[in-house]
Design a protein around this ligand. Structure first.
Ligand code: COA
Length: 170
């Protein structure tokens, strides 16, 4: 017989983990977090470790930049974590992960990650939100690339992120 999954009651706050590298946070990520708060009570933004990436910004700086975006919203919490997402969710009794889908090419990677995460933690469900029209072409690498060649990133990142990019990348 299938094992019963943990059930959420109407009193249980609906928490979701939004993991990523956030090197740095962009307006696309901000949009995703804001929209997810229509469905979830609390978002834990997890500055997570990816073997494939060598971030330009230190994890503590990335955390601070995210916190600054949501300093007036207690529903958003930011954590740094360098273990497995599936373990973080288990330790904190969180059953939902949020990921954004921008273009069709995101799908295969996201599908593999969601499946692997569920294999490691069967109580973990991944929820996908489609990126807004304004941000479906944005990613952190492109933002850094545009900026380092003198292009404007005004509409792509919050002003304090642009300021930090000027300090670190110029
Ligand atoms: N708006 C703008 N950009 C977006 C976006 C959105 N809505 N959604 C994704 N992106 C961008 C990101 O900026 C990032 O850009 P980059 O590649 O230029 O840095 C890219 O799309 C996707 O990366 P991100 O969302 O940061 O995920 P990731 O693939 O870098 O990170 C982790 C993956 C960190 C979530 C994953 O490695 C993880 O869970 N790590 C923990 C360890 C673990 O459990 N590993 C096993 C996972 S199965």
């Amino acid at each position: 017989m299938a094992k019963a999954k943990p059930k959420l009651t109407s009193q249980t706050p609906k928490r979701v983990i939004y993991p990523g590298t956030f090197d740095p946070i962009t307006n696309g990520h901000v949009d995703m977090i804001q929209r997810s708060l229509e469905a979830f009570d609390e978002v834990i933004v997890l500055v997570a470790h990816s073997l494939k990436k060598k971030p330009v910004f230190d994890a503590k700086v990335r955390k601070k930049l995210i916190e600054e975006c949501f300093k007036n919203d207690p529903r958003v919490r930011v954590e740094i974590y360098d273990g497995l997402l599936a373990d973080y969710a288990r330790q904190h009794k969180i059953h939902a992960v949020l990921r954004g889908l921008r273009v069709v090419s995101d799908f295969e990677y996201e599908f593999q990650m969601a499946t692997m995460n569920r294999k490691m933690n069967p109580n973990l469900q991944t929820f996908f939100l489609m990126a807004s029209d304004n941000f479906f072409f944005v990613n952190s690498t492109l933002v850094k690339e545009v900026f380092s060649h003198g292009g404007s990133v005004k509409d792509l990142v919050p002003p304090h992120v642009e300021k930090k990019m000027r300090e670190v990348l110029c």
